[in-house]
Design a protein around this ligand. Structure first.
Ligand code: NAD
Length: 445
């Protein structure tokens, strides 16, 4: 412990999902000795064989390199590595409960395992997105286990919420805008400063604060971003009704430095593992504290509605007669650069299409296996984007993967039965498509 703080850092990351694996691998890259822990034995066995469970650009190389260098290890046993580490990060899942609040089962399970097995000072850092007050519960759980053992070993808790984006996770982690760390002791602050020092060399800030503020920061950030998306979707829908073009409006407002250009893209709704869950959880936290998050409730409503918007447009194009139509679907992942389909708008669309008797021909560069796992063979999985368009009555772009940006429209038109394109992300040139004889609809124009 104390002396170890002066030497090589040893840390454990519990939960080897998107966040845990990226976090562990990036810390290993800076020279830290990292043990990644997961209860999923298959996942760990695969990682030990060099098989990476998720699609994330650049991750595989970095994992293999650090394993080879002997700095990155995988195990199913947290107990077995506790003796050797200074810091344990908890990056396990915090899925929404039935009532929308964050399910802390896994977070507290990890805390109890630590309390039941630690033999020396340990800093326990929660990296998962957890509601305000969770660090207090983690602390209590560890203390309770220690008491059961009749031990009074010193430990600290800290909060270090993660802001990486799937699809750009390595860059986000290696050069983040900022790192937020909530601490309540100097010792914890020192350890976290040491761990993040290599990143500070490239000019970014570690913002230290108290633990509740750090926990809140993560929810406030995601809620703000979700709010911008729903706000723009609302504006886009109104643009359609009044004959304005949301792309022009976006340009017009985005150039105002108070507003900024990012996260102003209308589309077919936000999805993913974070925005829907975190917005719900913050609404719930407010409720539990006798307060109502009015803005966020509207953000959710708008988003639910927006996930149905492409389907509504399709219904209009075919005057409500969708039975037997073949629909090509480009993109299944909730956003480009990932195979993650949690809360993906594509799932809502597929469900509606199937219910109306449509045949769906789907293509996604990364998420087809994930889709098979979720919805089986209820859609046809195309070999490529052109195969998806074969004999289709309509083509719907759901996820704006780069490879969908510049299709050879002549080939697409020949392949399709009817030249109908619905652009859920406003990435195509409508004039060009209409000149070629396509029926083209997008969002907010
Ligand atoms: P994930 O589902 O991909 O990974 C979670 C992992 O934890 C799984 O592999 C699971 O097997 C493992 N696990 C569960 N209980 C365990 C236990 N007791 N011991 C060891 N391992 C256990 O989740 P994720 O997307 O990496 O998200 C993790 C947390 O980070 C969540 O709170 C999430 O909100 C937050 N977060 C996610 C992102 C993102 O982009 N995915 C970004 C920022 C923050």
């Amino acid at each position: 412990s104390q002396t170890n703080e002066l030497n090589k850092m040893n840390i454990a990351i519990v939960g080897t999902g998107y966040v845990g694996l990226v976090t562990g691998t990036c810390f290993a890259e800076t020279g830290v000795d990292v043990t990644c822990v997961d209860v999923n034995a298959d996942k760990i066995a695969n990682l030990q064989k060099g098989i990476i469970p998720i699609y994330e650009p650049g991750l595989e190389d970095m994992v293999l390199r650090n394993v080879k260098a002997g700095r990155l290890h995988f195990t199913t046993s947290l107990e077995s590595c506790l003796d050797n580490v200074d810091i344990v990060f908890s990056a396990v899942g915090t899925p929404p409960d039935e009532d929308g609040s964050a399910d802390l089962r896994y977070v507290l399970e990890v805390a109890r395992t630590i309390g039941a097995n630690m033999k020396k000072y340990t800093l326990v850092v929660t990296k998962s997105t957890v509601p305000v007050g969770t660090a207090r519960k983690v602390k209590a759980a560890i203390r309770e286990e220690l008491e059961k053992r009749g031990e009074s070993i010193d430990f600290d808790v800290a909060s270090n919420p993660e802001f990486l984006k799937e699809g750009n996770a390595i860059d986000d982690f290696m050069s983040p805008d900022r790192v937020v760390v909530g601490v309540e002791s100097e010792r914890a602050k020192k350890l976290m400063t040491k761990l993040y020092k290599p990143f500070m060399l490239v000019n970014f800030r570690v913002i230290f604060m108290d633990i509740p503020s750090a926990e809140m920061t993560k929810y406030a950030a995601n809620s703000m971003l979700a709010t911008r998306i729903s706000f723009m979707n609302d504006i886009a829908n109104l643009c359609e009704l009044v004959g304005a073009d949301v792309n022009m409006v976006r340009d017009g407002i985005g150039s105002d430095s108070r507003i900024g250009r990012k996260f102003l893209y209308p589309g077919c709704g936000y999805g993913g593992s974070c925005f829907p869950k975190d917005v719900k959880a913050l609404i719930k936290t407010a409720e539990q504290n006798g307060y109502s998050m009015q803005v966020l409730k509207a953000v959710e409503d708008v988003n639910e509605n927006q996930k149905g918007i492409l389907f509504e447009k399709l219904v209009k194009v075919f005057n409500g007669d969708l039975k037997g139509k073949t629909v090509a679907l480009w993109g299944l992942a909730f956003k480009p650069g990932t195979d993650d389909m949690r809360e993906a708008p594509a799932l809502v669309l597929i469900e509606k299409l199937k219910q109306s008797g449509c045949n769906v021909r789907a293509y996604d560069p990364a998420a087809m296996d994930e889709s098979r796992r979720r919805i089986g063979e209820s859609v046809y999985y195309a070999h490529d984007m052109y195969d998806a368009a074969l004999d289709a009555d309509a083509l719907i772009l759901v996820t704006e993967w780069k490879e969908f940006r510049l299709p050879t429209w002549g080939v697409i038109k020949k392949a399709m039965k009817q030249p109908v394109v619905l652009d859920g992300r406003n990435i195509y040139d409508g004039d060009e498509l209409q000149e070629m004889g396509f029926v083209y609809h997008c969002i907010g124009r």
